[in-house]
Design a protein around this ligand. Structure first.
Ligand code: PLP
Length: 217
């Protein structure tokens, strides 16, 4: 989201009395490009609640996060969460707390970002090797965990079913569009698989695409 759009969004929320939940677990995972201010930091009224997660910057599955925002709202969230799951594992919270307090996270962050950058690059290299590139649109992500691909002549759901037979899975695009659309798009995570598995998986994905295109004639 561009800086102008961020400012506009915060302004609208302030004027209309709306609350924004800034769900930003990937904000610290930036490979290149410019860091933009969070919505939270652009808000001087208190309409933004910021949420982050250690799962993306410390270790997958940490499942400890943090929230920053109006105190009364955080208190309400805490009580609500207690009703849902009592609370996040206290041991996990204590481990994360100690880890951060000792300054380890600051030193670790560039390493994990570098690790994920290499995985991103491995996936894009595999795209170039195996996908019918004239049939695929994507933008190299400057951060985060995912590629967003669009295949104008292939339905994501059809590709999903074909790819699954080859043991490759992704997230279809349509659920990301509450007002309809996204049927030709899908999301691929590059951070989980090893570069070798990514290479094999994208090769299979390319085969699935070519099979579908050949059937269409
Ligand atoms: C957009 C977004 N928000 C929040 C989370 C929650 O992460 P966790 O429950 O691992 O802290 C995720 C995890 O995948 C996510 O993708």
């Amino acid at each position: 989201m561009s800086l102008d759009r961020r400012k506009e969004l915060v302004k609208i929320a302030q004027e209309e009395g709306l609350l924004i939940l800034e769900d930003d677990p990937y904000g610290c995972v930036r490979f290149e490009g410019e860091d933009l201010p969070t919505l939270y930091s652009l808000d001087d009224v208190g309409v933004v609640l910021y949420a982050g997660s250690f799962s993306k910057i410390l270790a997958p599955g940490t499942r400890v996060g943090w929230a920053v925002g109006p105190k009364d709202l955080i208190r309400t969230m805490t009580v609500f969460k207690q009703g849902v799951d009592t609370c996040t594992s206290v041991v996990a919270q204590a481990l994360v707390y100690k880890y951060c307090q000792s300054g380890n996270l600051d030193a670790f962050l560039p390493k994990i970002v570098d690790h994920y950058r290499r995985k991103r690059d491995a996936m894009e290299e595999a795209f170039k090797k195996y996908l019918p590139l004239e049939e695929v649109e994507y933008v190299t992500p400057h951060g985060g965990f995912f590629y967003w691909l669009t295949t104008p002549n292939i339905l994501a759901e059809e590709l999903f079913n074909r790819a699954l037979e080859k043991k490759v899975a992704f997230v279809c695009g349509a659920p990301f569009f509450p007002n309809g659309g996204g049927e030709h798009s899908f999301r691929m995570c590059f951070t989980f698989a090893s570069p070798e598995d990514t290479d094999r998986g994208i090769k299979a994905l390319g085969e699935a695409m070519r099979e579908i295109l050949a059937q269409k004639g």
